[in-house]
Every structure is written in structure tokens, then in C-alpha cells.
Design a protein around this ligand. Sequence first.
Ligand code: RP5
Length: 166
Amino acid sequence: MSASPLVLIVMGSENDLPVMQEAADVLAEFGVACEMRISSAHRSPLRTMNLATEAAGRGIRIIIAGAGMAAHLAGVIASKTTLPVIGVPMPGGSLNGVDALYSTVQMPGGIPVATMAIGKAGAKNAGIFAVQILALTEERLAKALEEYRREMDEECARKDSAIQHP
Ligand code: RP5
């Protein structure tokens, strides 16, 4: 794994870590270096702004932002960088993540956030989506993605066979 991170993973609270770890794990599987940070759009707005504005200059290519409740983290970061920003709505709270989903996905025209599903599936897909972006210019990753899909297909076939021949 190369030393300098290509993907920055930001989350609004340490309580988001069990979900956002899914993104870091899948990036590690593909050998893509990432950096994980805690910064909140509401509780630490200046730190969040600085993370966003400085990211491109230090070699970050993609930002993954996970937040819950009135989740403005991904949108605020997207407003301060032209790097692609992938949003992950956190589950939990009174609305179990639907609030975060709407807050993350409903961006005004001009400032996109690529919003994933609520929770761990969304975090995992954020990592894979980041790899897919990097694979556009890195042949090693394009091949690794093909292999990843092939293994999923084989796993499905094994389970299909197992259920038929218990
Ligand atoms: C958001 O508010 C965080 O992303 C978190 O998901 C949610 C609640 O934060 P905590 O009160 O658990 O720190 O900013």
C-alpha cells in the first residue's frame, strides 16, 4: 500500500466509526491508502472547511464523508473542493438514518455529492466506488475490480449449489 493517502474518509462523530470502518476495510482490500478523520460540519466547522480545502493539495483524489441526523458534512465538504465527494448517511437517531439520507442526497444543482445507501452497505459501496474512480487511471485496480466481481459471482454460485444439495 502506498504511503500517501489517496482517499480521505471523514466522519462527523467517533460514533460513526463502526460504520465508516467498512469503507476503510474495502479500500485496504484493494491496497488503496486512506486517511480517517473525525470532523463535524456543525461542531467543528472550521476544521471541516480546512480538511476540504487542503485535501487536493496533499494528494487526496476522493473524499468519503459519513454523517448522521442533519447530515451536512458531505455537502459542506463538497462546497469547498472540486474533488469527487461520496456521502454515506449514518443510521440511528429518531429517524434511523432517513434524515441523514435526505440531508446528504438533496444537494442543490452545482455541488454534487454521490450519495450511497444508509449504513454499512453504503460505507462499503463508498469504498468500492472510490476504487472504481481510481481504476479509470490505474489498470491494477481495474483488474482487481474484475476479480472482485468474479469472486462474488462464484460465491453466489456456491451458495446456490449448497442450498440445492444440503
Ligand atoms: C452527526 O451527528 C454525526 O455524524 C453522528 O452520526 C450524529 C450524532 O453524533 P453523536 O452525538 O453520536 O456524536 O454529526
